[in-house]
Write a new protein. Structure first.
Length: 244
């Protein structure tokens, strides 16, 4: 039902980045590009799937979707339970010169790109065929989100993703979940999605603070985490009150 989809996928929007963090911790990769790829690879395909649902009116499951992702995570957990990950993650993959770390990074990046391509191809074809371009609106906040996430993580003096990976993941995760929740509601209620998203402001403030000075970057990131979590909670409470 629409109500079931709202609450189920609303919770999933939060659990996605938590699962990615747990998976990265499980294989002991630390604040590396692999961990960053797992974070983006968990949130973005979930968002593009709902973007497609917003455009077409139907939530469609592709060849690479949530089931395949869940089996992949379960396989990683099972492997980590049996073997010493720290001793083998940087060893060669079979007889090639490619390490298992590099193979995992490539796997997550390719999987994310393939999942996104399915959604993008179907959505763009639908918009061009029907002349309905309301689907362009979500591209703006998600594009800004990706740019701000990368800039916060790697382009600030403190390199916040490497210095405070858990706090960073929760900050950007809450922000993405807030955008995705509104996209889910727009799809279910057949209303227009807003291009302006307040949850991006804390990320922009952290980035500006890192480059132009102000308070300590760690404090700024912590405050941004509280702000994005508060915005997500406020939206969830507001929608629940409207339903009630």
């Amino acid at each position: 039902s629409p109500l079931g989809e709202l609450f189920d996928h609303g919770c999933d929007s939060v659990s996605m980045f938590v699962a990615a963090l747990a998976c990265a911790t499980c294989i002991s990769v630390g604040p590396t590009p692999l961990c960053f790829a797992m974070l983006i690879g968990s949130m973005v395909p979930f968002a593009t799937a709902h973007w497609e649902a917003y455009v077409t009116g139907t939530l469609r499951f592709g060849y690479l979707d949530v089931t395949e992702g869940q089996f992949t995570i379960m396989a990683i957990y099972a492997f980590a339970a049996q073997y010493d990950i720290d001793s083998i993650i940087h060893t060669p993959f079979f007889d090639t010169g490619v390490t298992k770390y590099t193979a995992l990074l490539a796997f997550f990046v390719v999987g994310m790109v393939l999942a996104m391509l399915q959604n993008f191809t179907y959505s763009i074809h639908f918009m061009l065929k029907n002349g309905d371009y309301k689907g362009v609106a979500p591209v703006v906040p998600y594009g800004l989100f990706l740019g701000l996430t990368y800039a916060m993580g790697y382009l600030t003096p403190a390199r916040l993703f490497e210095k405070h990976p858990v706090l960073f993941v929760f900050t950007v995760g809450f922000s993405c979940a807030r955008i995705t929740n509104e996209l889910i509601v727009a799809h279910i209620t057949d209303t227009l999605f807003r291009k302006t998203q307040l949850c991006l402001v804390p990320l922009a403030v952290v980035l500006a603070n890192g480059h132009f000075g102000g308070i300590d970057e760690t404090v700024a990131l912590a405050l941004a985490c509280v702000a994005t979590a508060g915005l997500l909670l406020a939206y969830g409470v507001g929608v629940s009150c409207q339903i009630a």
